[in-house]
Design a protein around this ligand. Sequence first.
Ligand code: UDP
Length: 324
Amino acid sequence: MANKRVLITGAAGFLGSHLCDRFLAEGYDVVGMDNLITGDLKNIEHLFKVKEFEFYHNDVSKFIHVPGDIDYILHFASPASPIDYLKIPIQTLKVGSLGIHNCLGLARVKNARVLIASTSEIYGDPMVHPQTEEYWGNVNPVGPRGVYDEAKRFQEAMTMAYHTFHGLETRIVRIFNTYGPRMRLNDGRVLPAFIGQALRGEDLTMFGDGSQTRSFCYVSDLVEGIYRLLLSDYAQPVNIGNPDEISIREFGEEIIKLTGTNQKLVSKPLPTDDPKQRKPDISKAKAILGWEPKVSREEGLRITYDYFKSLSPEELKKTAHRFD
Ligand code: UDP
């Protein structure tokens, strides 16, 4: 019997590339697609010698054509860090709207199941803590994060409409902050920012007083949750993330300890609409998928630090700050 075939958009990105690895390991044929605006071929260059892997350098926001059968489509193409969607707001809106429309259309033709990457950002600056899937969010549509948050909210609505109106098989994962190897050092996110600064001997830029919280999930745990959700029969959104919540100040202190740097935390202005708290309620993922995270922050950070340390000196120079 032929292998099942999965199309992964955003395949050269941080999450997309880990998903390619996982599906290949599970015996699928994988078609990767990426326009390489924020993705990087080096994340998947080890796959070009694998015969079950194909790559299309293509923009999913434009018309997509993939010959042959497709069983599953995973829509992971999107800029995903605040610094990226501030730089490319229109593409961010397009990939969440035109991009998902193309994926859903392709899925209908191929009779494929679609899983979309949604995000905790759809909860905005949440008034409910921890965030349950039933919470509708507190999003500023015209703020700097609006282009991402609203694109992802639209994406969920569009996916649901194809599910209810066309009877398409769909899955929605709401991804909370995730980290691990292949994150871009200059994507402006707190973890690569802090580790990059520590490695370059710079002070760590803590935004505001660092009392805002996040909950960080290691990438292999996230991929496991997504894999289980795809194969489940549950079409409503599911939070996947690690509920181990920490303030950004404490997180900075952990990175200082981990990297052994002599640098200190310095406070920088808090970006507009920066959510004050974020922590997933994962009761649904536990009950429906039998999933919960396994990798502690200590272990995950150690692996991620080793990855960043292994980068070339040129790579390590790459940096990006929202307050520049
Ligand atoms: N942050 C920080 N210093 C940095 C980058 C980010 O203190 O150099 C803070 C940011 O203000 C936010 C948190 O870290 O409160 C997480 O930011 P990130 O961009 O990683 O993701 P977000 O969850 O905000 O999308």
